[in-house]
Design a protein around this ligand. Structure first.
Ligand SMILES: [Zn+2]
Length: 398
């Protein structure tokens, strides 16, 4: 039943996407969601009777998803890609917007047309069940994510104070270094499994297309990739939980990293992707909001690694490879990452505290040391400046 619903939703989605594309190409017409839903009910279902065997609301929500995909695409055509056709081999999912129940005593989930599906309910919740999304990973595991309506009392944040503020420097060598001396290691999950992943992908590429052995090899690759993602998520959840659950920490300062820009650097892309700074930021942001911790983002061009935390001297000649350096002005010996974390904290304290709940980059005193030519405005030069900024940010990471 689940497999059938996956298939039907995918079919309807692809049918509508194809229709939308051809309508635009041939007649410059944009087909709306309501029109497509009615067309599906009247024509498509008559043509393919098997569509009536599954929950019709799930089919409608597939069309709604397509509509959202279009809206997202047109809102920002550069950042969001055009909707793609769904494949049988990727992750499958469907949504049940109504008539879902979760029975904790029996350990089952009930969705329309499928009663009492046994499930591992890994946590309990209060409140009314709104929607259930059933998904299947490429390796063949089934998941149900339940959306519930509850009131979460978000904790109120306290004003920023020096002794409850923590600066964090993100990096590849250690994932995060804090200004209170703690470091969180980078487990390098992809690096550790890379040899095996390469081997499995090679085996997959040598199997004949459409064969049963190819499918088995595909599942092996998918399972390993899932394992890597799970390890990554687990580690990041642990770190962000530890950071936000400390009574001594009420404010966190960190660099506002340009993750996308850093991934454009071919030499860093894999390491940056493996460290998954983007996910780190996303998790930290919502946890800060939930647990009432202020989050201050520092300008990514602030010279956090190069400034001496003791006297404020800026060591312009700091190289990537230098993990330690001694300040020529006051003679203090610095550990690169720890010094950066302390400076980030100082920059954050100087900057204005952001309003609660609104996490945005704040202006902070930065030292501009880019060549003077680039400061003048002009399209080409602006682009150049962007390029320099990215490599600068990337450098401070390594
Ligand atoms: Zn110094």
């Amino acid at each position: 039943m689940l497999a059938k619903t996956f298939g039907c939703c995918r079919f309807v989605y692809n049918w509508a996407l194809n229709l939308k594309i051809t309508a635009y190409k041939e007649r410059k017409e944009t087909l709306g969601n309501v029109y497509l839903t009615n067309l599906m009910k009247s024509e498509l279902k008559a043509e393919h009777e098997w569509l009536s065997e599954v929950n019709s609301q799930s089919l409608q929500s597939a069309l709604r998803n397509l509509d959202t995909a279009y809206t997202n695409f047109f809102r920002n055509t550069k950042a969001v890609g055009f909707p793609r056709f769904k494949s049988r081999k990727n992750k499958q999912s469907f949504l049940c917007p109504q008539h879902c129940r979760v029975d904790f005593e029996k350990g089952t989930i009930t969705i329309p047309k499928a009663k009492d599906i046994p499930a591992v309910l890994h946590r309990s919740f209060k409140g009314a069940v709104k929607t259930v999304t059933v998904s299947m990973t490429p390796s063949g595991k089934y998941f149900a994510s339940v959306q519930v309506d509850t009131d979460i009392q978000e904790l109120l944040a306290l004003p920023t104070q020096r002794d409850t503020t923590l600066g964090i420097d993100l990096g590849i060598k250690s994932l995060a270094v804090c200004s209170d001396g703690r470091t969180f290691d980078n487990p390098k999950n992809l690096q550790r499994n890379l040899d095996r992943l390469k081997l499995l992908q090679k085996l997959l590429s040598r199997k004949q297309k459409g064969s049963a052995n190819r499918n088995k090899a595909r599942i092996r690759v998918a399972r390993l990739q899932e394992h890597i993602t799970n390890c990554r998520k687990d580690n990041l959840h642990k770190i962000t939980h530890a950071l936000t659950h400390e009574s001594q920490v009420r404010t966190i300062c960190m660099e506002d990293l340009n993750v996308k820009g850093m991934r454009r650097n071919h030499h860093l892309a894999q390491a940056v992707g493996d460290a998954s700074f983007g996910m780190f930021l996303a998790l930290l942001e919502y946890k800060c909001r939930w647990y009432g911790v202020n989050l201050i983002k520092i300008d990514r061009f602030a010279p956090s690694s190069k400034t001496c935390g003791q006297c404020g001297y800026i060591y312009r000649g700091l190289k990537l490879s230098e993990r330690n350096w001694t300040c020529p002005e006051c003679g203090t010996h610095h550990d690169r990452d720890f010094n950066a974390a302390c400076n980030i904290k100082e920059f954050g304290l100087k900057a204005l505290p952001t309003e609660r709940g609104k996490v945005k980059p704040v202006d902070c005193p930065t030292v501009d040391e880019r060549p003077r030519v680039l400061k003048s405005r002009g399209r080409k030069k602006q682009e150049k400046r962007g390029g320099i900024g990215i490599s600068e940010a990337a450098k401070s990471l390594v």
